[in-house]
Design a protein around this ligand. Structure first.
Ligand code: C5P
Length: 394
């Protein structure tokens, strides 16, 4: 349970902040709210007061506020600040040392992490002055920016500038609370993630449903734990995590195999999370395959099993695999753990491939099993890494 201080600026998205406050309260956090004068023209303090169960502060000179120096006491009270929506104006003021109302004054007096969830008209969002101001603030400790999403804006255009989805903002804040000891300091961790694409011709390929979220979450959490992380990734739509030792983009299973084997000797831990195609077309046609009468038969060759090969080569490395199954989940996973010479396998239901939540059973070489229960892929990633650390420290 954290003390979350929310700053609301005068953007149309201010009404969405009501939802953010309600979600944070439901999760058991304490919430206090500061609004700018302009924000009160869009949503009433009464709404946010009712949801946060605390008096909303707007005016620096409110005579009813008692004897505390409020901008200092609020700044001290907060474990974290969220400014949502964060307008062009508030970013400009903070970046230039202006503290001329309650919100800008509290931000300037607050030494805790501050998250600015940006939302504004697309031209303001693209304005280089905003970009300069953000770049300037990022040089200082504790200033974080939650990028706006693309979508239909209040100014009637479909463009970037919409406040990020409320659930994602809540998730970003909660993530920032995960206290992580640097248990992977000095360790090199190789993670495979995403799907592979096995081309049939220049425009077609065989692939699968993997989004890459689980592998990318593992990479992000391993970085937080202080590890040197090498992410070998097939195609995904995800942003490459910041702070990697190395990012290797691959496409086919063979590419991924080459990238992994080249690096395997130098790693302490390898986690194979990628959904690798077991087969690839025997030939990849040089030109687009033409439609003909009758059926088309495609001959397939086996791809190398990357994880199996790591298991054969393993010396000191701790090796973790995944078993995404549609039936007999645990039995099949134990079979793979043995066959591939793994230290741990994460058994889960293959149907969760594109969802952001997951629940899994972590099965170790000694047959012990941990059932995680349903949680976000980020939380699950942390569980997997914590168990891996226990194995490496044995
Ligand atoms: O045998 P199966 O493909 O079900 O095993 C899944 C595990 O093996 C996953 O950890 C996956 O990343 C890995 N794997 C691999 N190379 C393959 C196939 C699977 O590394 N060609």
């Amino acid at each position: 349970m954290k003390n979350i201080l929310i700053g609301v600026c005068g953007g149309i998205a201010a009404y969405k902040t009501a939802n953010i406050i309600s979600k944070l309260k439901k999760k058991g956090h304490n919430v206090k709210v500061i609004m700018t004068e302009n924000a009160t023209k869009i949503i009433t303090p009464l709404t946010l007061e009712t949801l946060s169960k605390n008096k909303v502060v707007v005016d620096m000179w409110d005579v009813n506020r008692g004897y505390e120096v409020e901008h200092i006491s609020l700044a001290d009270w907060a474990d974290v600040m969220l400014i949502a929506p964060a307008t062009y104006n508030i970013v400009g003021k903070v970046a230039n040392g202006i503290a001329d109302d309650m919100l800008s004054t509290v931000i300037s007096a607050c030494t805790k992490p501050k998250y600015f969830a940006l939302a504004m008209n697309v031209n303001m969002y693209e304005n280089p002055i905003l970009k300069d101001n953000i770049a300037k603030l990022k040089k200082y400790d504790g200033y974080h920016f939650i990028e706006a999403d693309e979508g239909f804006l209040a100014c009637n255009v479909n463009a970037k500038g919409r406040l990020k989805n409320e659930d994602e903002i809540v998730e970003i804040l909660e993530d920032s609370f995960i206290e992580t000891e640097k248990t992977l300091a000095g360790k090199t961790i190789l993670i495979t993630a995403g799907r592979t694409e096995e081309p049939l011709d220049p425009v077609r390929y065989l692939s699968n449903n993997s989004s890459g979220q689980m592998g990318y979450s593992l990479a992000e959490q391993a970085i937080k734990l202080g590890g040197n992380v090498i992410l070998v990734s097939g195609p995904t739509n995800l942003t490459v995590p910041k702070g990697l030792k190395e990012f290797v983009q691959t496409r086919t299973a063979l590419d991924m195999y080459g990238a992994v084997m080249e690096r395997f000797d130098g790693v302490d831990i390898a986690i194979a999370c990628a959904a690798v195609a077991d087969y690839k077309p025997k030939v990849c046609a040089k030109e687009k395959i033409k439609k003909k009468e009758g059926d088309l038969v495609i001959e397939l060759d086996r791809n190398p099993d990357i994880l199996f090969n790591m298991g054969q080569k393993k010396s000191h490395q701790v090796l973790v695999g995944f078993a995404a199954e549609t039936e007999n989940i645990i039995e099949n996973a134990i079979g793979k753990l043995k066959k591939k010479n793994l230290d741990m396998i994460v058994a889960n239901d293959a149907h969760v491939m594109r969802s952001s939540n997951n629940s899994a059973t972590l099965i170790k070489k000694d047959n012990s099993q941990i059932v995680t229960g349903e949680k976000s892929k980020k939380e699950l990633a942390l569980d997997i890494l914590n168990e891996t650390v226990k194995i490496i420290n044995k």
